[in-house]
Ligand binder design. Structure first.
Ligand SMILES: Cc1ncc(COP(=O)(O)O)c(C=O)c1O
Length: 372
């Protein structure tokens, strides 16, 4: 039999791809259950909302499931109309995506040509790093400031003639810090309008600070701004994958060309439409998150953690115990949190998603048994 020649796959890929560290998600509950034989596990690792979707949303998904032999509405007509009403914007300014993650990738791929660059903060949402690495290694990462916030002045200074995109994660994942309206506007005023600024507001609905900006209200004044948000967090639809971008109609028209024809599935569209009709649910979840966040923060400080004030549904903390060791110990007690070594943040950095009261209590009890 002739020998089968396997290509040298590595040599076929662009150099940028070989250097990429693949995205490493929080460990799924089922995987940890299988591995450790534990029945009761809580996951505070992926910044999901700890409550499942509202029953009305589940009913809408069940109803929509009858039609999944058909392709989805590729234009997301009804969802776009509903969102336009909800956000008080024109439907032509909205683009739906298979999670906001897809939209971020579309923006990078659609706009950046070889030799051009994208400015973003580090540590911030790892997808910016990944998107840049696989797309001509176009990333220009600027460290956070000493308060773990985006250093928007340094980011503006990093903009040059070849900069096409600048990403602001507000509030920032993983630190939970935010930039005020004044800071964001100062940045927008200090850079050329040919630079597209992406304001990633995945955690917008959890934020409560008075000077936290609503990116959508800035769009009229700054046509080079595009805002991304998601149904994965407070709307509790992470498993369905639906997010949106809002920006100038011409920008959205061009971006539309880069999406898959049926990028948002039927169940996701129905669920998101229904979720938008339940604003009280969002309010309740925001309140719950704020209260639980205050409680968790107090407990963590009591246990010797340095806690960074957060506007999101997670807390970024530091401790002298190495993060990997602490996470392993917690895992054995059925609590999954996220070590932040992958963000290049040194040994003791961790991110803990704010859960329901009983989950936060279990996490604190487990930490007490390790630390006290
Ligand atoms: C800052 C930020 N942006 C975007 C996303 C992507 O969200 P999704 O693709 O689920 O809409 C996440 C998810 O964790 C995030 O933390």
């Amino acid at each position: 039999m002739a020998t089968i020649k396997v290509p040298d796959f590595k040599s076929l890929f662009r150099p940028g791809i070989l250097s990429v560290n693949p995205y490493s998600p929080g460990r799924p509950i089922e995987e940890v259950q299988r591995e450790l034989g534990l029945a009761d596990i809580i996951k505070l690792a992926s910044n999901e909302d700890p409550q499942g979707p509202h029953q009305g949303v589940v009913n809408a998904i069940t109803k929509a499931a009858q039609d999944i032999n058909r392709y989805p509405d590729g234009s997301c007509y009804l969802l776009t109309q509903k969102l336009a009403e909800h956000l008080n914007v024109d439907p032509s300014t909205i683009l739906l995506g298979n999670g906001s993650n897809e939209l971020l990738n579309m923006i990078v791929r659609g706009l950046i040509s070889p030799g051009e660059n994208m400015v973003f903060a580090r540590p911030s949402f790892v997808v910016y790093d990944l998107a840049a690495a696989v797309h001509f290694e176009c990333g220009r990462a600027i460290p956070l400031d000493k308060n773990d916030k985006h250093d928007l002045v340094a980011m503006a200074k990093a903009v040059d003639a070849k900069t096409k995109l600048l990403m602001i994660c507000n509030p920032n994942n993983p630190t939970g810090t935010y930039n005020s309206q004044q800071e964001v506007e100062a940045l927008l005023q200090s850079i050329p309008s040919r630079v597209i600024v992406v304001l990633d507001e995945a955690y917008f609905e959890y934020a409560f600070a008075d000077d936290y900006p609503n990116g959508i209200s800035l769009l009229q004044k700054y046509p080079n701004l595009v805002v991304t948000r998601t149904f994965s967090k407070i709307y509790a639809l992470a498993g369905l994958r639906v997010g949106y971008a809002v920006g100038h109609p011409e920008l959205i028209t061009q971006l539309q060309k880069t999406r898959e024809p049926f990028n948002v599935n039927t169940l996701a569209q129905s669920a998101a439409i229904t979720a938008l009709s339940l604003p009280h649910v969002v309010k309740e979840r925001c309140m719950r998150n704020k209260q639980q966040g205050i409680w968790l923060q107090e407990q963590l400080i009591r246990l010797g953690f340095e806690v960074v004030p957060s506007q999101a549904n997670f807390l970024f903390v530091r401790h002298k115990m190495p993060a990997g060791l602490m996470c392993d110990k917690l895992l054995k007690m059925g609590v999954i949190i996220r070590p932040m070594n992958s963000f290049g943040l040194g040994d003791g950095a961790l991110r803990i998603t704010i859960g329901l009261a009983h989950e936060n209590q279990k996490c604190v009890l487990a930490l007490e048994s390790i630390l006290v």
